[in-house]
Design a binder for this molecule. Structure first.
Ligand code: Z5A
Ligand code: MG
Length: 208
C-alpha cells in the first residue's frame, strides 16, 4: 500500500487556510481517499496551551522561547504523523514549519537558527500557499485579535514565505471564490496523488 501524502497549507492570517484544508479533507474522504486534518499550532496540548496564552497576549515569552515551543508542538505530533502517513493516510496540515520560520524571521531572528529545530520533520509533498494581501485579509472577520495580526508584521511575513518557496509549492489566489479555490487545490492534489501512486517516494526529511 502506498503511504499517504503530506499536504500543507500556508499563508498569512485570514487567507482561508482552515476553510480550504477542511474542505479538502472532506472531499478526499468522500472520494474514498483516507485523509486527516491537522493544525499547527495544536492548542490542545500542554505546549499548545502555552502557545495559545502567548498568541492571545496573556503571557509573555522571548522570541526564541516561543519559536522553540512552536517547533516542539510539531515534534510532539511527529511519531503519530509518520505512523498515519506510513499506514496510507494523507495528512492535510493547516500551517507547518514554514510559518515558524516566516514569523520568527519577520521578528528578525536568524533564518538558519529558526530552521534548526524543525530540521528532520516529515517533509511536505505539496504546499499550497493561499496568497492574500494583508489589506484584503484585514477586511475579513476576526482580523486583529492576536499578537501577530498587525499589517506591517503580515506584510513582512508574506515576503518571508515567498523567499522560502520551491517547486513543491503552489501559489493560490486567496481572493478568489472559495469554491473555485477548492476546485483548483483538489485538481493539484489529485495530480499529486496519481503521481505518487505511479512512482511512490519515501517520506522526506525537512531541510536536510
Ligand atoms: N505561528 C507562528 O508564529 N509559528 C508557527 O510555527 C506557527 C504559527 C505554526 C496562529 O495561527 C498564529 O501562530 C499565526 C501564526 C503563528 N499568527 N498570525 N497571523 P492560526 O493558524 O491559529 O491562525 P491564523 O492562520 O493566523 O488565522 P486563521 O483565523 O486560522 O485564518 P485562516 O485559517 O487562514 O482563514 P479562515 O479561518 O479559513 O478564514 C478567515 C475568514 O475569511 C473567515 O471568516 C472565512 O469565512 C473567510 N474566508 C475564507 N475563504 C474566503 C474566500 N475565498 N473569500 C472570502 N472570504 C473567505
Ligand atoms: Mg485558521
Amino acid at each position: 500500500m502506498a503511504r499517504g501524502l503530506l499536504i500543507v497549507f500556508e499563508g498569512c492570517d485570514r487567507s482561508g487556510k482552515t476553510t480550504q484544508s477542511t474542505r479538502l479533507v472532506q472531499t478526499l474522504n468522500d472520494a474514498g481517499v483516507k485523509a486527516k486534518l491537522m493544525k499547527f499550532p495544536d492548542r490542545t496540548t500542554a505546549i499548545g496551551t502555552m502557545i495559545d496564552g502567548y498568541l492571545q497576549q496573556k503571557t509573555q515569552l522571548s522570541d526564541q522561547a516561543i519559536h522553540l515551543l512552536f517547533s516542539a508542538n510539531r515534534w510532539e505530533a511527529m511519531d503519530q504523523m509518520r505512523a498515519d502517513l506510513e499506514s496510507g493516510t494523507t495528512l492535510v496540515v493547516d500551517r507547518y514549519a514554514f510559518s515558524g520560520a516566516a514569523f520568527s524571521t519577520a521578528k528578525r531572528l536568524d533564518l538558519t537558527w529558526c530552521k534548526a529545530p524543525d530540521v528532520g520533520l516529515a517533509m511536505p509533498d505539496r504546499v499550497f500557499f493561499l496568497d492574500i494581501h494583508p489589506d484584503d485579509a484585514a477586511k475579513r472577520a476576526g482580523f486583529g485579535e492576536e499578537i501577530y495580526e498587525r499589517r506591517e508584521m503580515q506584510i513582512e511575513v508574506r515576503a518571508k514565505f515567498f523567499s522560502m518557496m520551491d517547486k513543491t509549492w503552489s501559489i493560490v489566489d486567496a481572493l478568489k471564490d472559495a469554491d473555485e479555490i477548492h476546485r483548483q487545490i483538489l485538481a493539484l492534489t489529485n495530480r499529486a496523488l496519481e503521481r505518487h501512486r505511479a512512482d511512490p517516494a519515501p517520506i522526506g526529511r525537512l531541510w536536510t
